[in-house]
Ligand binder design. Structure first.
Ligand code: SAH
Length: 392
């Protein structure tokens, strides 16, 4: 049983009552005991009723993250085994097979833990001190449950510094060739779990990539922010006449061209290194146009203070993108930050269309794949916006 007891103030946010796992420092009235960073603690409401059990980090703004609301549940190997097994069974139940996000942090009741499964390989991130302490246990559980071909840690993430952790990456298993081949929608993609972005591949757009299948038939397609080419190679596969993809990262461009070749699409699908803002401007200057323009930019902001900058960024690239779409063609556009709400995203695109003197007809509006579940009481789990619109 945890030694340290945390008592909350009498007026606490509705958030905690609704089962949100985060407790901020200013919501705590009193701490009984002297907790070490990362230690498991019990949390009580002001009336001494049990609120939950979790880990503490006095150095972090998020002082406690709850792991369980069940007083009898201990935090140990079996706990992680049950949580990870349940997360796996849930993915299987909703139709995932070989490659998917196995654990999506808070939405799987494992705050600050991310695990992606790429065929027989696993990539993990422990993004808080309290979760980092359980890294060996988590690896042992993965070994028990999956007998993995390999496990890699991508903890080279700045957010760890807010927790007093350093950035690290490396093997948590015997070393292996870190370029893994996965299958998506019947196509092959290389995932570089060591040098790729985030965990190596954006699984969250898996289902959205299928949504382009009708609109790209016979089309000339432009893809900006193409990373390793997953949207673009699929566009070529679904029958696009030709596809041009651009990314600022030379490594991404190299892998994208490899992915096109891997699927026999190198004749119709080509990638070059360029800044998307410049290349969109250049195409406008050259009076080029496309049947389909696809944009999948990075988050543009990580903090609430910079939302306006992010919105400006989205507006600018979408305005430029819309101008390049032939009448009756399509814009495929995404935003991956929870700081920009679906409403704000749609109104930003709408305002870009207005400025471009074009009309926009919504074809598809979706969020991320369900292996990144949205929980109604955790607002930042609803983060991805994916829009296909006809541009008239
Ligand atoms: N569409 C991709 C994911 C894109 S992630 C997929 O489905 O896998 C965002 C990408 O934008 C990253 O690859 C990053 O290298 C790239 N990027 C960031 N800023 C850029 C810029 N100014 N111009 C072009 N690419 C940029």
């Amino acid at each position: 049983m945890p030694m340290v007891k945390i008592f909350l103030k009498s007026r606490i946010s509705h958030r905690i009552e609704r089962g949100h796992p985060w407790i901020f420092g200013n919501e705590i009235e009193r701490i009984e005991g002297e907790p070490a960073g990362g230690e498991i603690v019990d949390v009580f409401f002001h009336n001494r009723k049990f609120a939950g059990r979790g880990y503490i980090n006095p150095k972090s703004q998020i002082a406690v993250r709850l792991l369980t609301w069940d007083k009898s549940e201990q935090i140990n190997h079996e706990f992680f085994f049950r949580r990870i097994r349940d997360a796996w069974q849930y993915r299987i139940k909703i139709g995932f097979k070989n490659s998917f996000r196995l654990v999506f942090g808070e939405a799987d009741f494992l705050p600050a833990l991310v695990i992606d499964k790429f065929e027989g390989y696993f990539v993990l991130q422990t993004l808080s001190l309290g979760m980092d302490k359980w890294k060996e246990t988590i690896v042992a559980v993965l070994n028990d449950l999956f007998r993995p071909l390999g496990i890699y840690e991508r903890n080279d993430v700045p957010v760890r510094e807010l927790e007093g952790l350093t950035q690290v990456k490396g093997f948590l298993s015997e070393p292996f060739d870190t370029r893994i081949r996965i299958e998506e929608n019947g196509l092959q993609f290389l995932v570089d779990v060591e040098n790729g972005q985030k965990t190596g591949y954006f699984l969250d757009q898996q289902e959205n990539r299928k949504e382009i299948r009708h609109i790209v038939k016979g089309a000339e397609v432009l893809g900006a922010f193409s990373y390793t080419g997953s949207f673009e190679v699929q566009a070529a596969h679904f029958g696009a006449k030709n596809v041009l993809g651009f990314d600022i990262s030379p490594l991404a461009v190299e892998m994208a061209n490899q992915n096109a070749a891997l699927n026999g699409m190198e004749a119709s699908c080509r990638f070059e290194q360029a800044n998307a803002f410049d290349i969109l401007k250049k195409f406008t200057r050259d009076k080029s146009s496309f049947d389909v323009v696809m944009l999948d930019p990075p988050a543009f902001t990580k903090s609430r203070e910079n939302i306006e900058n992010a919105v400006r960024g989205y507006k600018e690239i979408n305005l430029r993108g819309i101008k390049l779409v032939k009448p009756g063609g399509f814009l495929v556009t995404s935003s991956c930050t929870n700081l920009v709400s679906p409403e704000l995203f749609l109104s930003t695109i709408d305002s870009a269309a207005h400025d471009a003197k074009r009309k926009l007809r919504q074809v598809v509006f979706r969020t991320q794949s369900p292996d990144h579940p949205i929980m109604s009481n955790l607002e930042n789990t609803n983060y991805l916006k994916f829009l296909i619109a006809e541009i008239l």
